[in-house]
Design a protein. Structure first.
Length: 263
């Protein structure tokens, strides 16, 4: 069985392709150092080779660097976010905290950052840049107007909410990779809605759990190259990686009841 990060999306015209699954670092600044580093190590051991962080995530960058500096640098990809008024300074400071070069940088709600990030990409300081938002319409505008490599959509494309499909269609047309996060929602994990419970019942007929289907679903759109999974403990990321490894039967996605529920 291929490792989580080595299973590719079906097809894409993207210029830049992050690995299919990544560890989202939003929880890594919330726990103790030892737990955070152990979580990163567990992700790496489970085959994950994409690690996303941000200066806004507390000690996440430093802890990620502590764990990854022991690994061969050519084997993994690191992304972070721009904070503050000076994108170049933000990237430099993130790299210092990580103790590693940053591969991919996302900016949020700051059109002035993109020309600077484009220059850093051309100079070889970073490999790629993109935009991050929880508003697919904002990302759609940026994909239309800016030469981005990648977008990070936090929500709005998962089993129970596919409102961002127009953005993903535009990404395909423009050759932009889409990374999505927030697919393991409380509704999926705890089946808090009637729709979630009905979806779960259909999935179970195929031997698939609802979280497993939720992790598999986004990359069925050819724009989606990566899904980020947030975890706060080694056990959590191991369990999620195990779900990723389990194949989802293609016939599930063709089930008429499932299609009705997803629509």
């Amino acid at each position: 069985m291929a490792a989580p990060s080595q299973v590719l999306a079906s097809h894409s015209t993207s210029r830049f392709r992050p690995p299919r699954f990544g560890l989202g670092g939003s929880h890594l600044g919330e726990s103790e150092d030892e737990t955070a580093v152990a979580t990163i190590d567990a992700a790496y051991q489970a085959g994950i080779r994409f690690f996303d962080t941000s200066p806004a995530y507390g000690d996440s960058e430093r802890r990620l660097g502590t764990a990854l500096q022991r690994r061969p640098r050519g084997e993994f990809l690191v992304s972070t976010k721009v904070v503050g008024a000076d994108p170049e300074e933000s990237v430099r400071t993130s790299s210092e905290r990580l103790g590693l070069a940053v591969d991919l940088v996302f900016a949020q709600h700051d059109d002035a950052a993109y020309p600077v990030l484009d220059r850093l990409r051309r100079d070889g300081v970073i490999k790629a840049f993109g935009a991050v938002s929880d508003d697919w319409r904002e990302l759609d505008r940026l994909v239309r107007d800016v030469e981005l490599d990648c977008v990070l959509l936090t929500g709005q494309y998962e089993l129970l909410d596919q409102s961002a499909r127009p953005l993903l269609d535009r990404c395909v047309a423009r050759g932009v990779s889409a990374v999505v996060s927030g697919v393991l929602t409380p509704q999926v994990l705890h089946m808090e809605t009637v729709q979630a419970r009905r979806l779960s019942a259909v999935c179970e007929r195929y031997g698939v759990s609802l979280p497993q289907a939720a992790l598999s679903f986004p990359s069925r759109h050819s724009a989606v190259t990566s899904v980020l999974i947030a975890a706060s403990s080694p056990a959590e990321i191991r369990a999620d990686a195990a779900l990723v490894r389990r194949p989802v039967p293609e016939r599930l996605w063709k089930d008429p009841e499932l299609l009705r529920l997803l629509s």
